[in-house]
Design a binder for this molecule. Structure first.
Ligand SMILES: [Zn+2]
Ligand SMILES: [Zn+2]
Length: 273
């Protein structure tokens, strides 16, 4: 019996002092190896590349940003939607400088008229951002002796076409911009109600740039897709005696030719005025 007890004791000692610590060590080692291989497989295996998805500003279709046309920080599914006016009344290919100088058009009015203007600020000087500032009520009255007289006017146009042909949009075509003031067209007053105002950067003393006519033609083409335009007039036509723009340097004949818009849509004729 004594021998048997000694044997049991020896076995127990072997188990607790040698076998068990070894087994625990081995288990730990395996866990360590497993952990390492897991970590390395995560870094070496193909990690799926997740492309940033963006929405077309016109049709809202979602596409990877690498496939989108990007303009002024917005995304488009293609050139056709870039150059269109969207359902909110904004032209894709215009720089948006949003003005608060607008309100709602009267209920169920047809937007059927385009009014062409000219503007330059300071008067006779081109470039810069004074026109944008003026339409956004942030013109600095100290920048020009003329500015204090206009700084509080609160006006806007839907679009401005700069000398470079760049198009800036201030107000949705669906909303009423404040560009025409007191005005009458074919016995209809308050032309802002039913018109879209386009300013050409210019003066009454100089011809407009070919790029401006080109941009105007493309812009009116898009406007006509969205709105039933039946008349294209100058500011001086609807506010005679009070306004002279776009002035005698606006070439109506040339514009009609490049735009191929029917002469019937020019109720004040083709002559310079
Ligand atoms: Zn689209
Ligand atoms: Zn005007």
């Amino acid at each position: 019996m004594k021998l048997f007890e000694l044997l049991l004791l020896a076995l127990a000692l072997y188990y607790f002092l040698i076998f068990r610590p070894k087994a625990i060590k081995e288990k730990k080692r395996r866990q360590e190896v497993e952990k390492k291989s897991k970590a390395s497989s995560q870094t070496t295996s193909a990690v799926p590349i997740i492309e940033k998805m963006v929405a077309c500003d016109f049709c809202k279709v979602r596409l990877p940003d690498s496939d989108a046309v990007i303009f002024d920080g917005r995304f488009y599914c293609g050139q056709a939607h870039l150059k269109s006016i969207n359902s909110e009344g904004f032209l894709g290919s215009s720089k948006r400088v949003l003005s608060n100088n607008y309100d709602l058009r009267p209920d169920s009015v047809a937007i059927d008229t385009v009014v062409i203007h000219h503007i330059s600020l300071p008067e006779g000087k081109f470039g810069g951002h004074a026109i944008e500032d003026f339409f956004c009520n942030r013109l600095n009255p100290n920048d020009d002796p003329y500015y204090p007289t206009i700084v509080d006017l609160q006006v806007s146009a839907h679009f401005l076409i700069k000398r470079s042909g760049e198009v800036v949009q201030f107000v949705s075509t669906l909303k009423r911009a404040w560009h025409a003031g007191a005005s009458t067209l074919m016995e209809r007053q308050k032309c802002n109600d039913f018109s879209i105002g386009i300013e050409l950067e210019g003066t009454g003393e100089l011809p407009f740039e070919p790029g401006q006519y080109q941009a105007l033609q493309l812009l009116i083409q898009e406007i006509q897709i969205k709105h039933p335009i039946s008349m294209i007039v100058g500011h001086s036509d609807i506010s005679p005696g009070r306004k002279q723009d776009p002035g005698k340097f606006f070439d109506w004949q040339y514009f009609k030719e490049i735009s191929q818009i029917s002469e019937q849509k020019f109720p004040f004729g083709m002559s310079s005025r």
